[in-house]
Design a protein. Structure first.
Length: 315
Protein backbone atom coordinates (compact mmCIF):
# COMPACT_ATOMS: atom_id res chain seq x y z
CA UNK A 1 0.00 0.00 0.00
CA UNK A 2 1.51 3.32 -1.06
CA UNK A 3 0.94 6.75 0.44
CA UNK A 4 -2.23 8.50 -0.73
CA UNK A 5 -2.31 11.67 -2.80
CA UNK A 6 -3.74 14.32 -0.49
CA UNK A 7 -3.43 17.29 -2.83
CA UNK A 8 -7.22 17.67 -3.18
CA UNK A 9 -9.23 17.13 -0.01
CA UNK A 10 -12.93 17.58 0.76
CA UNK A 11 -13.99 17.94 4.41
CA UNK A 12 -17.61 17.01 5.05
CA UNK A 13 -18.82 19.03 8.01
CA UNK A 14 -16.11 21.57 7.23
CA UNK A 15 -17.85 24.43 9.06
CA UNK A 16 -18.20 22.56 12.36
CA UNK A 17 -15.96 22.58 15.41
CA UNK A 18 -13.67 19.79 14.21
CA UNK A 19 -14.08 20.49 10.52
CA UNK A 20 -12.75 24.05 10.80
CA UNK A 21 -9.61 22.90 12.59
CA UNK A 22 -9.06 20.05 10.15
CA UNK A 23 -9.42 22.34 7.13
CA UNK A 24 -6.91 24.77 8.62
CA UNK A 25 -4.37 22.01 9.21
CA UNK A 26 -4.78 20.46 5.76
CA UNK A 27 -4.53 23.89 4.15
CA UNK A 28 -1.21 24.45 5.92
CA UNK A 29 0.15 21.48 4.00
CA UNK A 30 -0.43 23.21 0.69
CA UNK A 31 -3.35 21.09 -0.47
CA UNK A 32 -6.60 22.36 -1.98
CA UNK A 33 -9.20 21.92 0.74
CA UNK A 34 -12.94 22.14 0.08
CA UNK A 35 -15.59 22.46 2.79
CA UNK A 36 -18.83 20.54 2.18
CA UNK A 37 -21.48 21.44 4.73
CA UNK A 38 -25.06 22.60 5.06
CA UNK A 39 -23.86 26.19 5.05
CA UNK A 40 -21.03 27.69 3.04
CA UNK A 41 -17.75 28.44 4.79
CA UNK A 42 -16.65 32.06 4.97
CA UNK A 43 -12.93 31.31 5.02
CA UNK A 44 -12.14 29.24 1.96
CA UNK A 45 -13.50 27.15 -0.92
CA UNK A 46 -16.83 25.60 -0.01
CA UNK A 47 -20.03 24.04 -1.26
CA UNK A 48 -23.29 24.35 0.65
CA UNK A 49 -24.79 20.85 0.55
CA UNK A 50 -26.87 18.90 3.05
CA UNK A 51 -25.31 15.49 2.50
CA UNK A 52 -28.06 13.71 4.45
CA UNK A 53 -30.79 15.14 2.24
CA UNK A 54 -29.04 15.18 -1.14
CA UNK A 55 -28.77 12.16 -3.46
CA UNK A 56 -25.29 10.59 -3.44
CA UNK A 57 -24.79 11.55 -7.10
CA UNK A 58 -24.87 15.23 -6.13
CA UNK A 59 -22.02 14.78 -3.67
CA UNK A 60 -20.15 12.64 -6.21
CA UNK A 61 -20.39 15.46 -8.75
CA UNK A 62 -18.92 17.90 -6.22
CA UNK A 63 -16.03 15.55 -5.47
CA UNK A 64 -15.30 14.94 -9.14
CA UNK A 65 -15.34 18.66 -9.89
CA UNK A 66 -12.92 19.27 -7.00
CA UNK A 67 -10.81 16.25 -8.10
CA UNK A 68 -10.94 15.03 -4.51
CA UNK A 69 -8.53 12.20 -3.72
CA UNK A 70 -9.22 12.34 0.03
CA UNK A 71 -12.51 12.90 1.85
CA UNK A 72 -12.64 13.56 5.60
CA UNK A 73 -15.98 12.96 7.30
CA UNK A 74 -15.99 15.40 10.21
CA UNK A 75 -19.79 15.66 10.30
CA UNK A 76 -22.05 13.93 12.77
CA UNK A 77 -24.34 14.56 15.71
CA UNK A 78 -22.97 14.74 19.25
CA UNK A 79 -24.33 17.50 21.46
CA UNK A 80 -28.03 17.51 22.36
CA UNK A 81 -29.02 14.99 19.69
CA UNK A 82 -31.02 11.84 20.32
CA UNK A 83 -32.91 9.24 18.33
CA UNK A 84 -33.47 10.14 14.71
CA UNK A 85 -30.92 12.96 14.78
CA UNK A 86 -28.15 10.54 15.74
CA UNK A 87 -29.30 8.02 13.14
CA UNK A 88 -29.35 10.55 10.31
CA UNK A 89 -26.06 12.25 11.10
CA UNK A 90 -23.99 9.26 12.21
CA UNK A 91 -25.39 6.48 9.99
CA UNK A 92 -27.43 7.78 7.04
CA UNK A 93 -24.86 10.44 6.23
CA UNK A 94 -22.06 7.84 6.16
CA UNK A 95 -24.14 5.67 3.84
CA UNK A 96 -24.59 8.66 1.52
CA UNK A 97 -20.84 9.35 1.55
CA UNK A 98 -20.07 5.69 0.80
CA UNK A 99 -22.50 5.65 -2.13
CA UNK A 100 -21.11 8.93 -3.46
CA UNK A 101 -17.51 7.69 -3.35
CA UNK A 102 -18.55 4.53 -5.21
CA UNK A 103 -19.59 6.82 -8.11
CA UNK A 104 -16.27 8.68 -8.30
CA UNK A 105 -14.17 7.21 -11.17
CA UNK A 106 -11.05 6.81 -8.97
CA UNK A 107 -10.49 5.28 -5.55
CA UNK A 108 -10.85 7.87 -2.80
CA UNK A 109 -9.27 7.78 0.65
CA UNK A 110 -11.97 8.30 3.31
CA UNK A 111 -10.93 9.35 6.81
CA UNK A 112 -13.90 8.73 9.10
CA UNK A 113 -14.00 10.29 12.55
CA UNK A 114 -15.28 7.66 14.94
CA UNK A 115 -15.29 7.68 18.74
CA UNK A 116 -13.88 5.68 21.64
CA UNK A 117 -17.47 5.38 22.85
CA UNK A 118 -17.81 2.64 20.22
CA UNK A 119 -15.95 0.37 22.68
CA UNK A 120 -17.43 -1.42 25.66
CA UNK A 121 -17.29 0.55 28.89
CA UNK A 122 -13.82 0.05 30.45
CA UNK A 123 -13.02 -0.80 34.03
CA UNK A 124 -11.08 1.81 35.98
CA UNK A 125 -7.42 1.68 35.02
CA UNK A 126 -8.09 -0.29 31.81
CA UNK A 127 -6.57 1.31 28.72
CA UNK A 128 -8.57 0.65 25.56
CA UNK A 129 -6.58 -0.52 22.56
CA UNK A 130 -7.91 -1.36 19.11
CA UNK A 131 -8.62 -4.95 20.17
CA UNK A 132 -11.04 -3.91 22.92
CA UNK A 133 -14.63 -5.23 22.55
CA UNK A 134 -16.92 -3.10 20.41
CA UNK A 135 -19.99 -2.93 22.64
CA UNK A 136 -21.15 0.69 23.01
CA UNK A 137 -23.41 1.55 25.93
CA UNK A 138 -25.05 4.72 24.56
CA UNK A 139 -27.13 5.58 21.46
CA UNK A 140 -24.33 7.92 20.41
CA UNK A 141 -21.74 5.13 20.57
CA UNK A 142 -24.02 2.65 18.80
CA UNK A 143 -24.70 4.97 15.86
CA UNK A 144 -21.05 5.94 15.56
CA UNK A 145 -20.04 2.26 15.53
CA UNK A 146 -22.45 1.60 12.70
CA UNK A 147 -20.89 4.47 10.78
CA UNK A 148 -17.41 3.04 11.31
CA UNK A 149 -18.57 -0.41 10.20
CA UNK A 150 -20.04 1.07 7.01
CA UNK A 151 -16.65 2.57 6.13
CA UNK A 152 -14.66 -0.58 6.92
CA UNK A 153 -17.15 -2.83 5.08
CA UNK A 154 -16.99 -0.56 2.02
CA UNK A 155 -13.18 -0.76 2.15
CA UNK A 156 -13.28 -4.54 2.16
CA UNK A 157 -15.68 -4.37 -0.80
CA UNK A 158 -13.21 -2.24 -2.75
CA UNK A 159 -15.44 0.85 -2.96
CA UNK A 160 -13.00 3.18 -1.17
CA UNK A 161 -9.85 3.27 0.96
CA UNK A 162 -11.16 3.83 4.47
CA UNK A 163 -9.44 4.66 7.74
CA UNK A 164 -11.38 5.20 10.98
CA UNK A 165 -9.96 7.40 13.72
CA UNK A 166 -11.64 6.56 17.03
CA UNK A 167 -11.17 9.78 18.93
CA UNK A 168 -11.42 10.60 22.60
CA UNK A 169 -13.07 13.84 23.78
CA UNK A 170 -11.80 16.68 21.57
CA UNK A 171 -11.09 20.09 23.09
CA UNK A 172 -9.92 23.37 21.62
CA UNK A 173 -10.92 26.70 20.09
CA UNK A 174 -14.60 27.04 19.20
CA UNK A 175 -16.03 24.39 21.53
CA UNK A 176 -19.78 23.92 20.89
CA UNK A 177 -21.80 25.62 23.63
CA UNK A 178 -23.64 22.48 24.82
CA UNK A 179 -20.30 20.79 25.57
CA UNK A 180 -18.93 20.97 29.11
CA UNK A 181 -16.12 23.44 28.40
CA UNK A 182 -18.24 25.35 25.91
CA UNK A 183 -20.76 25.95 28.67
CA UNK A 184 -18.06 26.91 31.15
CA UNK A 185 -16.56 29.37 28.67
CA UNK A 186 -19.93 30.99 27.98
CA UNK A 187 -20.66 31.54 31.69
CA UNK A 188 -17.19 32.97 32.28
CA UNK A 189 -17.51 35.35 29.33
CA UNK A 190 -20.91 36.55 30.53
CA UNK A 191 -19.46 37.21 33.98
CA UNK A 192 -16.48 39.05 32.49
CA UNK A 193 -18.85 41.26 30.49
CA UNK A 194 -20.75 42.12 33.69
CA UNK A 195 -17.52 42.79 35.54
CA UNK A 196 -18.39 40.36 38.35
CA UNK A 197 -17.63 36.79 39.48
CA UNK A 198 -19.10 33.74 37.78
CA UNK A 199 -21.15 30.93 39.24
CA UNK A 200 -20.82 27.85 37.03
CA UNK A 201 -23.40 25.13 37.70
CA UNK A 202 -22.40 21.74 36.35
CA UNK A 203 -22.99 18.03 36.68
CA UNK A 204 -20.68 16.28 39.17
CA UNK A 205 -17.07 16.55 37.98
CA UNK A 206 -15.94 13.18 39.30
CA UNK A 207 -15.03 11.44 36.04
CA UNK A 208 -11.60 11.00 34.49
CA UNK A 209 -11.42 11.22 30.71
CA UNK A 210 -8.90 10.88 27.94
CA UNK A 211 -8.89 14.14 25.98
CA UNK A 212 -7.16 15.30 22.83
CA UNK A 213 -6.59 18.80 21.51
CA UNK A 214 -8.53 19.32 18.28
CA UNK A 215 -5.32 20.60 16.69
CA UNK A 216 -3.67 17.28 17.52
CA UNK A 217 -6.65 15.48 16.03
CA UNK A 218 -6.21 17.57 12.89
CA UNK A 219 -2.58 16.43 12.74
CA UNK A 220 -3.77 12.81 12.97
CA UNK A 221 -6.25 13.38 10.15
CA UNK A 222 -3.51 14.89 7.99
CA UNK A 223 -1.32 11.85 8.67
CA UNK A 224 -4.16 9.40 7.97
CA UNK A 225 -4.92 11.18 4.69
CA UNK A 226 -1.45 10.31 3.41
CA UNK A 227 -0.19 7.25 5.29
CA UNK A 228 -0.14 3.82 3.59
CA UNK A 229 -2.78 2.53 6.01
CA UNK A 230 -6.19 1.30 4.95
CA UNK A 231 -9.01 -0.76 6.42
CA UNK A 232 -7.97 0.00 9.99
CA UNK A 233 -9.48 1.74 13.00
CA UNK A 234 -6.96 3.63 15.13
CA UNK A 235 -7.30 5.29 18.53
CA UNK A 236 -6.55 9.01 18.69
CA UNK A 237 -6.30 10.50 22.17
CA UNK A 238 -4.05 11.87 24.85
CA UNK A 239 -3.11 8.42 26.11
CA UNK A 240 -4.06 9.08 29.74
CA UNK A 241 -7.07 9.79 31.95
CA UNK A 242 -7.48 13.38 33.13
CA UNK A 243 -9.79 14.56 35.91
CA UNK A 244 -12.67 16.52 34.40
CA UNK A 245 -12.48 18.91 37.36
CA UNK A 246 -8.86 19.68 36.39
CA UNK A 247 -9.98 20.68 32.87
CA UNK A 248 -12.64 23.03 34.22
CA UNK A 249 -10.23 24.55 36.74
CA UNK A 250 -7.66 25.15 33.99
CA UNK A 251 -10.13 27.06 31.82
CA UNK A 252 -11.21 29.15 34.82
CA UNK A 253 -7.55 29.87 35.64
CA UNK A 254 -6.59 31.00 32.13
CA UNK A 255 -9.73 33.14 31.89
CA UNK A 256 -8.77 35.19 34.95
CA UNK A 257 -12.47 35.42 35.90
CA UNK A 258 -13.24 34.75 39.61
CA UNK A 259 -15.57 31.75 39.62
CA UNK A 260 -17.38 29.35 41.92
CA UNK A 261 -18.04 25.86 40.56
CA UNK A 262 -21.29 24.31 41.81
CA UNK A 263 -21.83 20.61 41.09
CA UNK A 264 -25.52 19.91 41.25
CA UNK A 265 -26.81 17.85 38.31
CA UNK A 266 -26.79 14.22 37.26
CA UNK A 267 -24.46 13.34 34.40
CA UNK A 268 -26.23 12.59 31.13
CA UNK A 269 -25.32 12.34 27.48
CA UNK A 270 -22.85 10.35 25.41
CA UNK A 271 -20.45 9.53 28.31
CA UNK A 272 -22.92 9.19 31.19
CA UNK A 273 -21.88 6.42 33.55
CA UNK A 274 -18.33 6.20 32.18
CA UNK A 275 -16.26 7.20 35.20
CA UNK A 276 -12.81 6.41 33.79
CA UNK A 277 -11.61 6.30 30.19
CA UNK A 278 -8.19 6.24 28.55
CA UNK A 279 -6.89 4.77 25.31
CA UNK A 280 -3.67 3.29 24.05
CA UNK A 281 -2.25 5.21 21.09
CA UNK A 282 0.71 3.05 20.13
CA UNK A 283 -0.90 1.89 16.87
CA UNK A 284 -1.35 5.50 15.72
CA UNK A 285 2.23 6.25 16.71
CA UNK A 286 3.50 3.28 14.70
CA UNK A 287 1.27 3.51 11.63
CA UNK A 288 0.76 7.27 11.34
CA UNK A 289 3.89 8.62 13.01
CA UNK A 290 1.56 10.67 15.20
CA UNK A 291 1.68 11.76 18.83
CA UNK A 292 -0.25 14.54 20.63
CA UNK A 293 1.87 17.66 21.09
CA UNK A 294 -0.33 20.08 23.07
CA UNK A 295 -0.38 20.00 26.87
CA UNK A 296 -3.51 20.68 28.93
CA UNK A 297 -2.64 24.32 29.62
CA UNK A 298 -2.19 25.02 25.92
CA UNK A 299 -5.55 23.38 25.24
CA UNK A 300 -7.29 25.36 27.99
CA UNK A 301 -5.85 28.58 26.57
CA UNK A 302 -7.19 27.65 23.14
CA UNK A 303 -10.63 26.85 24.57
CA UNK A 304 -10.77 30.28 26.24
CA UNK A 305 -9.47 32.11 23.17
CA UNK A 306 -12.12 30.72 20.81
CA UNK A 307 -15.89 31.01 21.12
CA UNK A 308 -18.44 28.76 19.40
CA UNK A 309 -20.31 29.92 16.33
CA UNK A 310 -22.57 26.88 16.18
CA UNK A 311 -24.50 25.21 18.94
CA UNK A 312 -25.16 21.58 18.21
CA UNK A 313 -21.97 20.00 16.95
CA UNK A 314 -23.29 19.21 13.48
CA UNK A 315 -22.23 21.03 10.33
Amino acid sequence: MTAADASHVAVIGGTGFLGRNIRARLGDGGGQVLSVARRAASDGPSVALDVCAAPPAELADVLVEHRATVVVNAAGAVWDHTGRGLEESNVVLVEKVRDALAKVPWRVRLVQLGTVFEYARPAEGEYLDENAPLRPSTPYGRTKLRGSEIVLDATRAGLLDGVVLRTTTCLGPGMPEPSLLGRVTRVLREAAARGGPAVVRLAPLTARRDVVDCRDLADAVAAAARAPVVGRALNIGGGRAVAVRELVDLVVAVSGVPATIVEEETATGRSAGVDWLAVGIRAAERLLGWRPRHDLTSTAEAVWAGIPDQRHGRA
